[in-house]
Design a protein around this ligand. Structure first.
Ligand code: NBP
Length: 477
């Protein structure tokens, strides 16, 4: 017998993905650089389905039916190139290499281009949901040639998460690096969501005076409404957890320095290149960075701040409701920015990404899965060329209802000295987009003054320059 799919790279993700394929009735060839991992997988989970263990690359390739579908789940970067170099010479035209790692989309574009000459289909595939998702159903974002999706898609649809309406959380995102690009932005949005939740927690703790256990209950309540999401759910779990060794809230015994692996940073770097304002995501990445600067924070501890004046018990409840409004409104802004970046990437690289389909496949399996994504999909269903999520009527109305509270929360945070870069940046973005006039006109004047960079006028076409050093008359630029 031959295998319908192969997985090479059997650390947590690859192993669970291989098991997921096998549990869904596929014969799976498995391979890993260090062969003991392959043997362990079959020894431990061989009973779950049909595995073909391959010790060498040659045996692995020989075990696969044609066209071969070879999933690579190794550490992103050089290891992925090493694996491609090892396998590509053993493959034939029409075969597929599917990279399920967290590759940078530019690497995926390069690899796809190089392998295309050999007739090999390279599919850069974003996978979200961590270890558990890989086993029970991840959200899958495959790019690469459309033809490859015809034969690979049905298998991915089987192993993927299913949304509440039963739809599989996978779609052909677009050519070459589109899948990894969308996975990157997914992670950027994840950073923003986590930061906003963190700010809500800090406000409930420092301004409203609630304990972690009380805040966990508040999050549980929020999770039954429009904020219903995986991240809110696990936040309640983390906040209610008590450290066994000390009896203290778990959140109080963890060092408050957040780490990162890089996809959030990439989202911001690429947004800068594309000229897309993703201020909420950027603030989330910077907030992790600030937290990690231990020495700088230590040196700044004595700096002046306002005297804390926590709310009374009766005020606290009303404040918590306001924080919910601020969190929801800021979340709409983060997704607005993330989807703008996907639209801009799609435009730049000619991917033709369907934004409604992306919101649909994020409804299950992935870290940012949320009831909210149904509403985003509805917005794009109603109007595929929506210029911005904020221009959707439903979202605009929700923000209209939330904005007073949102502002109050930012005011309270500022007054009490609680940093809320996510809430504040989201609000500034919202107000900037709404504004009739921006001080960018003054910026243009300054640029023209010091660098003769010229400006455009509101009342006439063309570009102009004022003779600042002379009689200040205006000339065509
Ligand atoms: P790791 O990222 O820890 O990678 C370990 C695997 O890479 C092992 O199978 C290892 O083989 C193999 N490998 C390395 Br390292 N260098 C190699 C080389 N030069 N040639 C061949 N194989 C090599 O595993 P992971 O955490 O399972 O993640 C796999 C991929 O999935 C990564 O790209 C990750 O970013 C992505 N991802 C992870 C998650 C998550 O939640 N962990 C979620 C979504 C995506 P060995 O056994 O011989 O050392």
């Amino acid at each position: 017998t031959s295998a319908q799919i192969g997985v090479t790279g059997l650390a947590v993700m690859g192993r669970n993905l291989a098991r997921n394929f096998a549990r869904n009735g596929y014969t799976v060839a498995v391979h890993n650089r260090t062969a003991s991992r392959t043997r362990d997988l079959v020894a431990e989970f061989g009973g779950e389905g049909d595995f073909i263990a391959a010790e060498t690359a040659k045996d692995f390739v020989a075990a696969l039916e044609r066209p071969r579908r070879l999933v690579v789940m190794v550490k992103a970067g050089d290891p992925t190139d090493a694996v491609i170099q090892e396998f590509a010479p053993l493959l034939e035209p029409g075969d597929m290499i599917i990279d399920g790692g967290n590759a940078h989309f530019a690497d995926t574009r390069r690899r796809e281009h190089d392998l295309r000459e050999q007739g090999i289909h390279f599919v850069g595939m974003g996978v979200s949901g961590g270890e558990e998702g890989a086993l029970h159903g991840p959200s899958i974002m495959p790019g690469g040639p459309k033809e490859s999706y015809d034969s690979l898609g049905p298998m991915l649809e089987k192993i993927s998460a299913k949304a509440k309406d039963g739809a599989p959380c996978v779609t052909h995102v677009g050519p070459d690096g589109a899948g990894h690009f969308v996975k990157m932005v997914h992670n950027g949005i994840e950073y923003a969501d986590m930061q906003l939740i963190g700010e809500a927690y800090q406000l409930l703790r420092d301004v409203a005076g609630y304990s972690p256990a009380q805040i966990a209950d508040i999050f549980r309540t929020w999770n039954t409404g429009r904020l219903d999401s995986y991240l809110i759910e696990i936040t309640a779990e983390v906040l209610s957890h008590v450290d066994a060794a000390t009896g203290k809230p778990f959140v109080d015994v963890v060092v408050d320095q957040a780490e990162q692996k890089g996809t959030g940073r990439w989202t911001v770097q690429i947004a800068l290149d594309l000229g897309v304002p993703v201020s909420g995501i950027a603030e989330a990445v910077f907030a992790r960075s600030v937290s990690g600067h231990a020495a700088l924070r230590e040196a700044s501890r004595g700096l002046a701040g306002p005297t804390a004046s926590p709310l009374s018990e009766s005020e606290a409840g009303a404040f918590a409701d306001r924080v919910e409004q601020a969190l929801y409104a800021s979340k709409i802004v983060s997704y607005t920015q993330g989807f703008h970046e996907i639209a801009a990437g799609s435009e730049e690289y000619d991917w033709n990404v369907d934004l409604g389909a992306i919101s649909s496949i994020w409804r299950g399996g992935c870290i940012i899965r949320a009831a909210f994504l149904d509403r985003i999909r509805a917005a794009y269903d109603a109007r595929a060329d929506l210029p911005s999520l904020l221009s959707d009527e439903t979202f605009a109305q929700e923000i209209a209802g939330a904005q007073d509270d949102w502002r109050e929360v930012v005011v309270a945070a500022t007054r009490q000295g609680v940093p809320t870069p996510g809430f504040s940046a989201a609000l500034a973005y919202y107000d900037a987009l709404r504004a009739e006039r921006l001080p960018a006109a003054l910026t243009q004047g300054q640029r023209d003054f010091f660098g003769a960079h010229t400006y455009r006028r509101v009342d006439r076409d063309g570009s102009f320059h004022t003779l600042w050093g002379g009689d200040r008359s205006e000339v065509s630029g």
